[in-house]
Design a protein around this ligand. Structure first.
Ligand code: ADP
Ligand code: MG
Length: 389
């Protein structure tokens, strides 16, 4: 799960990571008033969307007067921001963060992520922070330092000093960077984050360190343990279909292809997508209807798949272990009754009550193709999708 920058900065504050003075606004006049109450020489207006890369596309604007702050806010609200990190449709801007500007001496990079290879949390630091960190990682990887934290030992003082040297910080700044790293580490563990990124972490002309940007991702499988984090969820920033799927306890992810897939079990769903690809097709989605599914869930799953206009054919691949095949068959029939299904549906059922399930689906006159072999089912659905396309 992602949260907005302003929310990430609220969490930073709790963990004693220094942030710029600022406040979130949802109206232009409110943004102007925030600037006035913050005081200072100038302000920055930052579009709040669940994506970075805003600075390069007008999502971060420097303002000299509170009137300008209100003006930029008015121009941003209600638009969609398309950045290098979003798709072509972009994300809706429903609020902005108004902050004081700070005299920037240097822009640094600091993040904490889970490294699955070593099964440890690693800090990634670079003195070449700012908007082009991706290019640095690509062109000059030697400018990036990683420090791996042993879970039993925790973050050690020498590791903070290593980062401090890599970032070219002075002796007096060592304490500050250690406090920031400790704050990130505590926050990561306490809230089950999967990534915390500060880019840029700035050094001001006065030598202070400040988290000018803040990005936190959380582990979806742990977020139910953290009601405070869950309360920060902004569904408007997420895929509509994925939101809907969540309501019905379905595990759904939109993809680019034209073959809808409905499968029970995440592993079988992955294998099914692989097989579709192997047979020359492209899956339109990943969908795991779960182990113990029922008619209603199958029905909703079907509606979800068919609401994607790219879908030219559907492959249902169910292994009836916990769920019975006849229940799945009834769900498919119910869905076809409720939704206008204009595309062919290939169904491969196997397991408990498979004969009853297949009998229910045969001779319906509804464009349902029964397949008893998975490879054959994949070939069939690819051929049907091509015939329609
Ligand atoms: P993004 O990563 O989405 O492009 P950032 O928050 O990193 O957005 O902002 C982009 C750039 O805007 C920063 O690298 C920094 O140069 C400038 N900036 C952002 N916030 C401030 C601020 N409070 N004061 C001065 N400059 C800022
Ligand atoms: Mg940034």
């Amino acid at each position: 799960m992602n949260i907005h920058e302003y929310q990430a900065k609220q969490l930073f504050q709790h963990y004693h990571i220094p942030i710029p003075e600022g406040k979130q606004a949802t109206m232009p006049e409110q943004a102007g008033a925030i600037a006035q109450s913050l005081g200072g020489e100038g302000w920055v207006v930052k579009a709040q969307v669940h994506a970075g890369g805003r600075g390069k596309v007008g999502g971060v604007k420097l303002a000299k007067t509170s009137g300008e702050v209100a003006g930029f806010t008015r121009a941003m609200l209600g638009t969609r921001l398309v950045t290098a990190q979003t798709d072509a449709v972009g994300l809706p801007v429903h609020s902005v963060l108004v902050e004081k500007t700070y005299p920037i001496k240097r822009e640094l990079y600091l993040s904490l992520v889970l490294d699955r290879g070593t099964e440890r949390l690693i800090f990634i630091a670079s003195a070449a922070g700012g908007m082009d960190i991706e290019a640095v990682a690509h062109d000059a990887p030697e400018k990036i330092l990683t420090v791996s934290v042993h879970p039993a030992a925790g973050l050690q003082g020498y590791q903070c000093r290593k980062v401090a040297y890599a970032l070219g910080l002075s002796g007096t700044q060592h304490k500050a960077i250690a406090a920031i790293m400790q704050g990130m580490y505590s926050l990561f563990l306490a809230k089950d984050a999967s990534q915390i990124e500060i880019n840029p972490l700035i050094e001001t002309d006065g030598g202070d360190l400040l988290a000018l940007d803040a990005k936190i991702n959380f582990d979806d499988n742990a977020v139910a343990l953290h009601p405070d984090i869950l309360a920060m969820k902004d569904s408007a920033q997420e895929d509509d279909k994925e939101n809907e799927a969540q309501q019905f306890g379905l595990n759904y992810i939109t993809l680019d292809g034209n073959i809808g897939c409905m499968v029970n079990g995440a592993g079988l769903a992955m294998a099914t997508m692989d097989l579709v690809k192997l047979k020359g097709g492209l899956p339109a989605n990943f969908l795991d209807v779960g182990g113990g599914t029922n008619v209603e869930k199958v029905c909703e799953a079907f509606k979800l798949i068919l609401s994607d206009g790219n879908v030219k054919a559907v492959l249902v691949n169910i292994f009836g272990g916990i769920v019975k095949c006849d229940v799945i068959a009834l769900g498919i029939l119910e869905a076809i009754k409720q939704v206008h299904v204009a595309v062919p549906v290939v169904v491969r059922l196997e397991g408990t009550n498979v004969e009853e399930g297949r009998a229910l689906l045969s001779d319906t006159g509804l464009g349902i193709y029964a397949a008893d072999d998975l490879a054959h089912a994949a070939e069939q659905v690819v051929a049907l999708a091509e015939a329609v396309a």
